[in-house]
Design a protein around this ligand. Structure first.
Ligand code: ARG
Length: 571
């Protein structure tokens, strides 16, 4: 089903072509949601931005345009406002038809360039250390962007670019040989590795020979020493098993796990190519890429004097690999904003090398935590598993208080869906580039802009539908939805706009736009629910209102699923 804004755009295009066939600056024709109800359902400032081309006063041009819009089933009324804005009012029957169609048909995004593959690199933790809250945002945001882009119709590959080749392995090998507690390792290898890692950090402060040893052991891993490679593999295996458990709790998964080690063997080839293309130069034994002045970037070392490769080299290898392996549409990287310079360097070098694709570095700010328990054993970090445990526990307490009579299994499931959802939403509902503060009070507030509030809105509709069913009614989307009150129409228009918001979220990598829209929809629904009886009104209105409630709930469910958040039938 075509997006409504696109349909309106089509009508205006026809109107413009009637007046002037030579016009082609179509990106100026933007149909936007009206900023307030009195200005209709949609608006456009096209007459203002393009009047010059037509050599007319904006107001005059706007007037001409609206009288040239062809006969159609979409628009009820057009009016010129202010200096030349056009307000667009939709026909009720049209809105109602689109709303009904939204649950039976898929929205169409074929006006976008969806060809090729989008690879999203997210989460990508440095492993052999437990996942901590520093890994939270990239995991949650990346997963949501993946879902959103898939929904729009891109072919998306989710890639976990594990940091599985770095200095931590040298340290662990040293520590393993010196301090391993075999029993603990057998029982809980991840935990024992963590203990060894922390011990290494403490001991090496007193004795810096240890660092030297660790570097040596890492080098042995990287040059293929059998014994060290065996240990490395073992650490990777147990560590990946540990993080997979966390991903599964968070309902996050990946298509490829091409960590840094995967690219190790490609590095010489990559460096060779960069040398041949004269993108890197030798400088005192090292290989360095320099940038044009206007790029405003520091030189980037590609290979050190001692032959060692760096973080940038490994990322260049990943770009080359993507370029060789997939027909790329976009390469998206989700990391915190401290890596901006790094990615600008990598993208610039890759473009010069001709590994060209659309690059996007999706950055986010820091998340700080208020009132979250810090585990003493993990040094000063909050383990992700502890945060998730606490989320579920707190959600359980709330559910248990609200609905003590529910079966235990169900309460546990609700606690999981609500607790994890609350954590995700607390992140995704914010502007991603802001620094944000997490607190349980905010995340789990059932009356605020939170996942529990949206999940509750969904569950409330399910309870209405259950009661309706008992009274012999079922939603029936073949029956027309009529708008008896203004709020019903407003809800319907919000549903109509939903896919447009999703498209924008995909274009700008901004899940928060979806969160905002869902919250607005849920608030409107709450107004409706409190002021319009659904089951105690005239019989044909019962079906209409039930349909509207049902489709609102489905939209909330779909929107939450794009944020990686689940719903429950009651809570
Ligand atoms: N492992 C890195 C870290 O923990 C993030 C990797 C991001 N992805 C990439 N291709 N560089 O900071």
């Amino acid at each position: 089903m075509e997006l409504v804004a696109r349909r309106i755009e089509g009508l205006f295009k026809k109107a413009v072509q009637k007046t002037e066939s030579g016009f082609n600056e179509w990106d100026k024709l933007v149909i936007q949601p009206a900023s307030s109800e009195e200005f209709g359902d949609y608006q456009t400032n096209f007459a203002l931005t393009s009047a010059r081309f037509f050599k007319k006063a904006p107001k005059v041009f706007a007037q001409e345009l609206i009288s040239s819009v062809p006969e159609n089933k979409v628009i009820e009324k057009l009016e010129v406002a202010g200096p030349g804005f056009i307000n667009i009012f939709l026909k009720n029957e049209f809105v109602s038809g689109v709303v009904a169609g939204s649950v039976s048909e898929k929205w169409g995004f074929s006006h976008k360039n969806l060809s090729g593959v989008v690879v999203i690199d997210y989460s990508s933790p440095n492993i052999a250390k437990p996942m901590h809250v520093g890994h939270l945002r990239t995991t949650i945001i990346g997963d949501s962007i993946k879902r959103i882009m898939r929904y729009v119709g891109y072919e998306v590959i989710a890639d976990n670019h594990l940091g599985d080749w770095g200095t931590q392995f040298g340290k662990l090998i040293v520590g393993y040989r010196m301090w391993l507690d075999k029993d603990s390792y057998e029982k809980d290898p991840v935990r024992e590795l963590e203990r060894i890692y922390i011990k290494f950090q403490e001991e090496s402060e007193k004795d810096n020979v240890l660092e030297e040893l660790a570097r040596g052991e890492l080098k042995k891993v990287q040059s293929g020493d059998e014994e060290n490679l065996k240990l490395w593999k073992e650490f990777v295996t147990v560590s990946v098993a540990g993080i997979k458990k966390i991903y599964s709790r968070m309902d996050v998964d990946f298509d490829t796990w091409y960590g840094e080690s995967f690219y190790h063997s490609l590095m010489p080839e990559v460096v060779e190519e960069l040398l041949k293309k004269e993108i890197v130069k030798e400088d005192e034994g090292a290989l360095v890429a320099y940038f044009d002045e206007e790029e405003n970037l520091h030189p980037c070392i590609i290979r050190k004097k001692d032959g060692a490769y760096l973080y940038a080299t490994s990322d260049l290898a990943t770009v080359k690999f993507k370029n060789d392996t997939y027909k790329m549409n976009k390469a998206v990287y989700v990391t915190d904003d401290r890596q901006q310079a790094h990615f600008r360097q990598v993208f610039s070098i890759a473009k010069k090398a001709g590994w060209d694709m659309e690059f996007a570095h999706v950055v986010f700010g820091i998340m700080s935590f208020k009132g979250v328990t810090i585990s003493t054993r993990g040094g000063n970090t909050i383990h992700l598993s502890n945060l998730l445990d606490e989320a579920e526990k707190r959600a359980y307490d709330v559910v248990n208080e609200k609905n003590p009579e529910l079966p235990e299994d169900e309460k546990r499931n609700i606690a999981k869906v609500v607790g994890i959802g609350a954590v995700k939403y607390a992140d995704l509902s914010q502007n991603r580039t802001s620094n944000i503060e997490f607190s349980w009070e905010k995340a789990l507030n059932f009356d605020g802009n939170t996942a529990p509030y949206l999940q509750y809105s969904y569950a409330r509709v399910q309870s209405v539908l259950r009661r309706a069913k008992e009274a012999g009614f079922l939603p029936d989307i073949t029956k027309e939805i009529t708008f008896e009150t203004g709020i019903e129409k407003q809800i319907a228009v919000a549903i109509v706009r939903f896919p447009e918001v999703v498209e924008k979220a995909a274009d700008y990598y901004k899940p928060n736009l979806i969160a905002e829209h869902l919250f607005d929809l849920a608030q409107k629904f709450s107004t409706f629910y409190n002021s319009c009886p659904i089951l105690k009104c005239e019989e044909d209105m019962v079906i209409s209102r039930m349909n509207l409630a049902y489709i609102t709930a489905e939209t909330i469910k779909l929107g939450l699923s794009l944020l990686g958040i689940g719903t429950v039938e009651r809570m």
